[in-house]
Design a protein around this ligand. Structure first.
Ligand SMILES: [Zn+2]
Length: 282
């Protein structure tokens, strides 16, 4: 009994030790996007910030253990406070610091209706992480001489995705509707859908031009050409898997056969080629 107890303590120490370590060495870096828009990288979804005399509007906020580093990084860019936070969707690597920004900065958190519902229904739901303002179609912000359009796209990465368009600067934050040069995660259990994901990208591509700078949810700062490549990859691999499926091949047989070699580099730690095929097969 005592031995089991100590084993438990040791594994808890190891667990919390490793989650601590996971973020201890993470550096929050700043990538300038326009005169007053910056992309911040750290761990989790890319953050976008609009800065100026009216205060900071922040898109997504990564994980709680990084909140202080994110704050310090923003303070190195501007001396105004973080007034508004928009969550592009409910995943923890985009909403993890909500409670910190709400309590420490008095930030108002915005998100699509379904983001609040999904966060509220999570097992470890804390009221302090919930968005305070929710919307269905979208919302507009008018600050720092910029017009910021936040608009929802149905069932794509999840069922609560928002994309943020900074009109004057011609900058788009695509959230997880854009994984740059890597297989995307489509959260089928969270209302995501591969066809919806392609429709969303096609819709966004119709709105941007060759000068638009696009902050993807994951991966490096991008442009329209990079985004077109994502749509090409998804539609190419989707058609391939669907045709093999209709020929009677099983999921396992398609996994063994693999995808076209040209997509090998798109496989990564979280969404490997095998996992991407499984998503496409469903
Ligand atoms: Zn996500």
């Amino acid at each position: 009994m005592i031995r089991i107890f100590f084993t438990l303590i040791l594994s808890l120490v190891a667990f919390f030790g490793s989650t601590q370590d996971r973020f201890a060495d993470v550096e929050v870096k700043v990538i300038p996007v326009s005169a007053n828009i910056f992309m911040l990288t750290g761990a989790g979804g890319n953050i976008g910030i609009l800065v100026g005399k009216d205060g900071v509007l922040m898109i997504d906020d990564q994980y709680l253990p990084l909140a202080k580093k994110i704050t310090d990084t923003i303070a190195s860019i501007t001396d105004t406070d973080i007034r508004f936070v928009v969550n592009t969707h409910y995943h923890g690597d985009h909403t993890g610091s909500n409670s910190f920004f709400a309590s420490e900065h008095g930030s108002t958190i915005f998100a699509h209706e379904n983001v609040r519902i999904r966060l509220a229904n999570a097992e470890d739901a804390e009221p302090s992480i919930l968005p305070v303002v929710t919307y269905n179609e979208g919302v507009k912000f008018h600050l720092n001489e910029e017009t910021v359009h936040v608009f929802h796209l149905p069932n794509a990465h999840t069922d609560g995705d928002s994309v943020i368009w900074f009109e004057k600067a011609n900058v788009l934050h695509a959230g997880d509707l854009f994984f740059n040069k890597m297989f995307p995660y489509v959260d089928l259990g969270g209302g995501g859908n591969v066809q919806g994901y392609m429709d969303a990208i096609a819709f966004i591509l119709g709105k941007v031009d060759d000068n638009t700078k696009i902050i993807p949810g994951h991966g490096e700062l991008a442009n329209k050409g990079d985004y077109e490549r994502v749509l090409e990859m998804i539609s190419d691999t989707y058609k391939y898997v669907q045709s093999k499926k209709s020929e009677g091949m099983s999921e396992q047989q398609i996994i063994e056969a693999g995808l076209d070699k040209k997509w090998d580099d798109w496989s990564w730690r979280f969404i490997t080629t095998e996992r991407w095929i499984k998503t496409l097969f469903q």
